[in-house]
Design a protein around this ligand. Structure first.
Ligand code: C5P
Length: 234
């Protein structure tokens, strides 16, 4: 079976990210590099890891006016990550501009187009935090509303929490790629994750791809941990 797992390399150290990526090659679908890595290591850091041959999920969660997000996305397109993220709360026009720019940029650079994924509601925001910033209604209703808006704007997929993925899948159908973080194998430490699912549970609930960080990167042998997860999913 092809692995559904993207390993989150949350570090600012290119050498460390590259060493982990090398040790995990063939055992995972790819690596997720986010703001922490990008803010310090930049596009050259991304290229250094991508050159090792694993698909890259560039998790920048872009959110700005449409023109600026489009400009950023044209830059991202040159790096040709397999997946990249924007915030659905940036609005339909911003999401459409991002998708268009991703295609334009890819064509111009003669590279494959990145899949654009929308983040609906950050999992760090609970009901109280949502009310504080002025969103009425429930978190799940907001997730559903933004999922439909994102689908209408033409994004390729969504990032969902484990407890939303089943609802979102039934709402958006089978064409959208659903990527789920907050995953813990039964044998791993929960750490600061409070609501999580095992890899198998998340796939059953409708996930296409899983993001797993510390259970792999913090293991004594990351390769062994990744292999164990792959075996469990067979
Ligand atoms: O907790 P773990 O190390 O597995 O997290 C992996 C990645 O998933 C991190 O980059 C984190 O930002 C993201 N994450 C998330 N939502 C969660 C938990 C983790 O987006 N609920």
């Amino acid at each position: 079976m092809t692995s559904p797992v993207y390993v989150a390399l949350d570090t600012t150290d290119v050498a460390q990210a590259a060493a982990l990526a090398t040790s995990l090659k063939g055992l995972v679908a790819g690596v997720k590099l986010g703001l922490e890595f990008f803010s310090y290591c930049g596009p050259r850091g991304i290229e250094a890891v991508a050159d090792l041959g694993l698909p890259v999920f560039l998790d920048l969660k872009l959110h700005d006016i449409p023109n600026t997000v489009a400009g950023a996305m044209r830059g991202v397109a040159k790096l040709a990550p397999r997946l990249t993220t924007i915030h659905a709360s940036g609005g339909a026009a911003m999401m459409k501009a991002a998708v268009e720019a991703a295609h334009e940029g890819a064509a111009k650079a003669s590279r494959p187009a990145t899949k654009v994924l929308a983040v609906t509601v950050l999992t760090s925001l609970d009901q109280a935090a949502m009310t504080e910033v002025g969103f009425g209604g429930s978190v799940l209703d907001q997730v559903k509303r933004l999922s439909e808006l994102a689908q209408g704007a033409g994004v390729d997929g969504l990032v969902c929490s484990p407890h939303e993925v089943e609802t979102v899948r039934s709402l958006v159908g089978s064409d959208m790629t659903l990527v789920v973080p907050g995953i813990r194998p039964a044998w791993a430490e929960a750490g600061d994750q409070k609501r999580f699912m095992t890899p198998k549970e998340a796939l059953r609930a409708g996930a296409d791809l899983l993001v797993i960080g510390r259970p792999i990167t913090g293991a004594t042998s990351p390769a062994e941990a990744a292999r164990r997860i792959a075996d469990e999913l067979k």
